[in-house]
Design a binder for this molecule. Structure first.
Ligand SMILES: NC(=O)c1ccc[n+]([C@@H]2O[C@H](COP(=O)([O-])OP(=O)(O)OC[C@H]3O[C@@H](n4cnc5c(N)ncnc54)[C@H](OP(=O)(O)O)[C@@H]3O)[C@@H](O)[C@H]2O)c1
Length: 270
């Protein structure tokens, strides 16, 4: 996000966790008062879905109260807020694509806390962009894309889930779309993903083939075989009615973005 916006000429003030804890209301207010930003982009979350299940207070503090404090401060100091949210607000039982008209029904504490965060932002902020996305991958973070390459390099056993569907979304493409939306000043609830639903298994297979690990096997598994604490929604592919109405082109297919990702992650390791 930072790189993309800086490249486009924005003055970005990144605030890492060590510089601001968004669960502290006074610190959040002080930070917004100090910097007086035009736009606050909230990428903070506790995205450890299984840990959220056993630490509900922490999940709600970071994913719901924190966004509330940010949105409140944005209203007070006249800033717009972009709040990144998730496909896990849906229960995954729908066939086909979820739109903004579908009722969110989270299965997990993480999903419930993120949904509460969305409502808090919509309630507190004067001007907001809530941007749901799914299955983020990109260089630099701890995500499925970077992990699969890292595990392959280490020669670890690889497993890929075959019974969960969504859309892997390339973080730099999401950042570009967020910038576009901010420039349009079209406030509202968005669902921004790359194109093309798939499974983790197929995503991993394609990533390994592109990265030169075509000979490595991936064991196909079902979600339930992994004994994870938090339930995951079966299908959360989304489309965005607001973007369609605004005439915004769909983001490119995840498999095209994956080519850039694999090139960049390979260059980074050289
Ligand atoms: N990853 C996905 O597949 C996915 C899918 C859909 C939606 N999303 C959404 O996309 C956004 C980014 O997710 P991500 O996966 O990139 O998350 P991430 O890598 O875990 O990054 C979250 C960031 O939030 C920071 N943070 C945590 N608690 C904080 C606090 N109390 N105050 C300030 N900063 C804090 C973390 O810092 P530390 O690491 O130092 O604690 C980390 O830098 C989130 O809103 C998430 O819900 C992610």
């Amino acid at each position: 996000m930072n790189a993309r916006l800086t490249q486009s000429g924005w003055r970005v003030i990144p605030l890492p966790h060590s510089g601001l804890d968004i669960t502290n209301q006074d610190d959040v207010r002080d930070a917004v008062e100090l910097f007086r930003p035009d736009v606050v982009i909230n990428c903070v979350a506790t995205a450890d879905v299984d840990r959220c299940e056993i630490d509900r207070d922490w999940a709600f503090a970071v994913n719901a109260s924190g966004p509330r404090f940010l949105a409140r401060a944005c209203r007070e100091f006249g800033a717009d807020i972009v709040h990144v949210s998730t496909d896990y607000v849906f229960d995954g039982s729908k066939e086909g694509f979820y739109t903004q008209e579908d009722e969110p029904k989270p299965l997990s504490v993480y999903g419930a806390a993120k949904l509460a965060g969305e409502f808090a932002v919509r309630e507190e902020a004067e001007r907001f962009y809530v941007v749901r996305t799914s299955w983020l991958f990109g260089v630099g973070g701890k995500n499925f894309g970077s992990r699969i390459i890292e595990y392959a390099r280490r020669g670890a056993n690889l497993k890929g889930v075959i019974d969960q569907t969504s859309i892997p979304t390339y973080a730099p493409d999401l950042a570009g779309r967020i910038e576009q939306i901010i420039r349009l000043r079209a406030h509202g609830l968005y669902q921004v993903t790359s194109s093309g639903p798939t499974t983790w298994f197929d995503f991993a297979r394609r990533a390994l083939d592109l990265a030169g690990f075509g000979e490595l096997q991936i064991v196909p598994v079902k979600r339930e075989d992994l004994n994870q604490r938090a339930p995951r929604p079966h299908n959360t592919a989304m489309r965005c009615l607001v973007s369609e109405k605004l005439g915004l082109e769909p983001l490119r297919h995840w498999s095209d973005a994956l080519i850039d990702f694999v090139r960049d992650i390979t260059e980074k390791s050289m």
